[in-house]
Design a protein around this ligand. Structure first.
Ligand SMILES: [Zn+2]
Length: 427
């Protein structure tokens, strides 16, 4: 006897009339037209059943703090960092916990069940680290939260001095933070940035951890930290375990240089995370017209065989005044900014917030295959392209075979003579 049988589902790869059988929180079979006795059977009515959304890049310590203590006037990354610095002394663990848990509620409602969040480790009290480790424990039954030790003020530049910052970062890892972060473009010089990449990659190699650095998040065409990140990854044998986040400078780089850089990144098996909502908002702020878009070269990186995912990055914080944990909104923006409008490009954008993001996190048991966790989302859409177009309603969200959120089907009643009495925007 199965615990749950989903019938008549469409999968992201285009297969229709599919059944998914679940026992003890695990998918045991995926087959067309499968019928079997189950405690509960759900007719998916031909809608899209997908593994949950995954956010490969977020800042949960800052989320939902918009307007505290004031709003970012210039809209730049640098004013956002300064504003976060103003807020930090007033932070309490209770406030971080309450805001983060609220965001996780939104995430579950939107079918977002795994998040990689950076957490600022420049505060020697490690207040945010302790708060987010508590959040990680509390949400574990329904959401995988992976934490990155992120030295927001620069591990070499920060006010405490390099030794203190490295020690604090190590203590955060000792407490259970999962991944080593960094911010080389914010260090004082290109040389210091490169040194920070070297030191932090060595620390990750020593401890057998993954790396995810904010890298080249600027419009500077001469920023070269992703080259260093690829080099250190190769040198230390970290292939497949290192992520370059943002890489917005690649948007502005010389094309000849990029033609050398991308193969080096592919050779090091770097993962790349673009953050379309934030990149299109923060980049190009020093331009008059034309204004650069700033997002990294997503289609070109994908063509080179590099894993590219999209992150939400920010929601209602010093850097971004909107956001609702909706990874389909992120995919929608990525599609537009990257001009990924072909059918294959649109599917790539859906993958960037599902499978490709899961690969960045190194999630185990992710997917709609026998042996995977019974985690999935039923969307009110017939395929991934329609899901992005509609930022589709999440009809049901499942974790380990249990429904943890559901939303009534969206439809609007029409009062028009000679026209149908309702529409749901699906074709
Ligand atoms: Zn970030």
């Amino acid at each position: 006897m199965l615990d749950l049988l989903i019938t008549n589902a469409t999968l992201a790869d285009g297969r229709t009339h599919m059944s998914v059988a679940i026992r003890a929180g695990t998918i045991v079979e995926v087959a067309a037209g499968l019928c079997a006795p189950a405690v509960q059977t759900i007719d998916a009515q031909g809608y899209l059943l997908t593994p949950p959304f995954v956010d490969a890049h977020f800042h949960m310590d800052a989320t939902l703090s918009y307007g505290q203590p004031r709003v970012n006037q210039s809209g730049t990354l640098l004013e956002g960092i300064a504003l976060w610095g103003e807020l930090k002394p007033a932070l309490t663990q209770e406030a971080i916990l309450a805001r983060a848990l609220r965001y996780c509620d939104w995430a579950v409602a939107k079918g977002l069940l795994a998040i990689r969040s950076h957490v600022d480790v420049c505060d020697p009290r490690l207040l945010a680290v302790e708060a987010l480790l508590e959040v990680k424990r509390r949400v574990a039954p329904y959401l995988d939260l992976q934490l990155v030790a992120f030295p927001q003020d620069g591990v070499l530049r920060g006010a405490q001095g390099p030794q203190q910052h490295l020690d604090t970062l190590r203590r955060a890892l000792d407490l259970g933070v999962d991944v080593v972060g960094g911010i080389p473009h914010f260090e004082r010089s290109m040389a210091d940035g490169a040194l920070s990449v070297k030191l932090l990659c060595e620390l990750a190699a020593e401890r057998g951890l993954r790396v995810d650095m904010h890298c080249d998040e600027s419009d500077d065409p001469l920023s070269r930290h992703v080259e260093t990140l690829a080099f250190e990854t190769q040198r230390l044998g970290l292939q497949g375990r290192v992520t370059g986040s943002h890489l917005t400078s690649m948007h502005s780089m010389d094309n000849y240089y990029v033609s050398k850089l991308i193969p080096l990144m592919a050779e090091a098996q770097l993962h790349v995370v673009a953050n379309p909502l934030i990149n299109i908002t923060l980049q190009g702020r020093h331009d008059s017209y034309p204004k650069r878009r700033g997002m990294t070269r997503v289609p070109e990186l994908l063509s080179a065989g590099i894993n590219v995912a999209f992150g939400h990055d920010c929601a209602l914080d010093p850097w971004y005044s909107l956001g609702s944990a909706d990874m389909l909104e992120v995919a929608h923006m990525g599609l537009h900014v990257g001009q990924m409008c072909s059918p294959a490009g649109m599917h790539d954008c859906f993958d960037a917030v599902t499978h490709r993001a899961a690969a960045v996190l190194g999630l185990e048991g992710y997917g709609l295959r026998p042996g995977c966790h019974a985690d999935f989302v039923l969307l009110q859409a017939r395929d991934p392209i329609e899901a992005i177009r509609l930022r589709a309603n999440r009809l049901q969200v499942f974790r380990r075979g249990h429904c943890i959120a559901h939303t009534a089907p969206a439809q609007t009643a029409l009062h028009l003579s000679g026209r149908p009495d309702r529409t749901d925007f699906c074709l």
